[in-house]
Design a protein. Structure first.
Length: 116
């Protein structure tokens, strides 16, 4: 590290760092690499840091992340299909929520107000 700082002191003011140099990791960046705070270093082909799965999404786990998103959407569709199967019509569901006390179904009332 001492060599790094001594070399940095020899850089003329205004010259700066080369474009492919990352100051945080003190390494040259490969193409498409970015610094990930979640991983604590450079990550090749970084997409983003995902707080929901607790890791950075990169070229290694991108297919698994896309599968996770697909399955989450499938689960939401199945949930709403089950709700509609239990309740005969969406209109009756909204009317029942409108008749309920505010403290029980505050979110349903907000949906009704937004739809009106």
């Amino acid at each position: 590290r001492l060599a790094y700082w001594s070399a940095l002191e020899r850089v003329a003011p205004g010259d700066g760092f080369p474009d492919d140099f990352d100051e945080r990791s003190e390494l040259r960046k490969p193409p498409r690499a970015k610094f990930s705070p979640m991983a604590g270093g450079l990550v090749r082909a970084l997409d983003h840091d995902c707080i929901w799965v607790g890791t950075c999404i990169d070229e290694d786990n991108h297919p698994a992340f896309v599968a996770f998103l697909f399955l989450a959407i499938v689960a939401l569709v199945e949930f709403f299909a089950a709700v509609l199967a239990v309740h005969p019509s969406p209109k009756q569901l909204l009317l029942a929520a409108a008749r309920a006390p505010l403290y029980e179904h505050a979110l349903a009332r907000l949906v009704i107000l937004a739809a009106a």
